[in-house]
Design a protein around this ligand. Structure first.
Ligand code: R5P
Length: 292
């Protein structure tokens, strides 16, 4: 990812040297001249807790070594779903995480962050934040791969992604009704419509984590008499059993974007990020949040 971003931005890529001491602490070393340069850290931040401290150490070291501006490319932006105190005493980690990154970076580039109670990244992050939509890449893949697609979102939140992809593909779209009762207890209802006969349902969601949302949605579609669904996810977080459970339930194919490395990756979104970074590297301000 760093190499692809560097090529697009007419820069160079350098690995970050990390060493873990026997006591579990991390040493970070930057083996490239950074004084007087704009620097971008590229980090895949799924399963973030072990990665974030080294990331912040690197950012701090880069400033100390003379970098003039610091960007972060995090194709998957974690800690976006805990955007409210759902139970008394809970931490609102979206806000804390945003504060942490904002204190260390000047710019943030990410793909389809889970914006729900905060409408725009700018409402959370105090830096130049650019949310790049995966929709052009997802739409191109659906158009080339799925015969006569019907785009389906598992819940009303997903309408923002589903409507955008459907418009680009020129296909109909709808969303289902979801009720989440627990981490792995999800109910999805299909309201049904008959004039979509002959269409291939493509379930589209931003995040696949336990897979239970798409599993319940695929089962609801099957119960409604539709052909086997395809599943497309932007961020492939997948816990251990999620993919097997989807395939066992009769899903035709599961495809994801490469924001998180996973065997289902079929859609590359790095070129979309590279374009945004190239603009920023030239010294122009990143365009404002584009998905809000
Ligand atoms: C929820 O708000 C998100 O958009 C996804 O639907 C959710 O994170 C999927 O999680 P899981 O795969 O665990 O059902």
């Amino acid at each position: 990812m760093a190499r692809e971003l560097a090529t697009a931005a007419d820069g160079e890529a350098a690995p970050l040297a990390l060493h873990t001491f026997p006591d579990g602490e991390t040493l970070v070393r930057i083996d490239a001249p950074v004084a007087g340069r704009r620097v971008v850290l590229a980090a895949r931040l799924d399963r973030p807790d072990a990665k974030v401290l080294p990331l912040l150490f690197a950012a701090d070291a880069l400033r100390d070594l003379g970098a003039t501006a610091l960007g972060l490319v995090a194709p998957y932006l974690p800690y976006m779903r805990q955007d409210a105190r759902f139970q008394p005493g809970e931490a609102i980690t979206s806000v804390t995480f945003a504060r942490l990154l904002s204190a260390h970076f000047d710019a943030l580039f990410t793909i389809d962050p889970h914006l729900h109670r905060f409408a725009r990244l700018a409402d959370l992050y105090q830096l130049h934040a650019q949310a790049v939509a995966a929709a052009p890449a997802v739409a191109a893949w659906v158009r080339d791969t799925v015969p006569r697609p019907l785009l389906v979102g598992p819940d009303s939140e997903s309408s923002q992604w589903v409507s955008d992809v459907a418009a680009r593909v020129g296909a109909p779209w709808t969303v289902l009704d979801k009720e989440r009762l627990g981490d792995r207890d999800v109910r999805v209802a299909w309201r049904g419509q008959s004039d979509w006969e002959g269409r291939t349902p493509v379930l589209l969601d931003d995040i696949i984590s336990t897979g239970h949302t798409l599993l319940a949605a695929a089962e609801a579609l099957q119960a409604g008499g539709h052909p086997r669904a395809w599943c497309v996810g932007v961020h492939a977080l997948f816990d251990d059993n999620a993919l097997q459970a989807l395939l066992r339930a009769g899903v035709e194919r599961v495809a994801t974007c490469d924001t998180v490395i996973h065997p289902t990756n079929a859609i590359s979104v790095v070129p979309l990020l590279a374009r945004a970074v190239a603009v920023w590297q030239r010294g122009a301000a990143p365009s404002p949040d584009t998905t809000a």
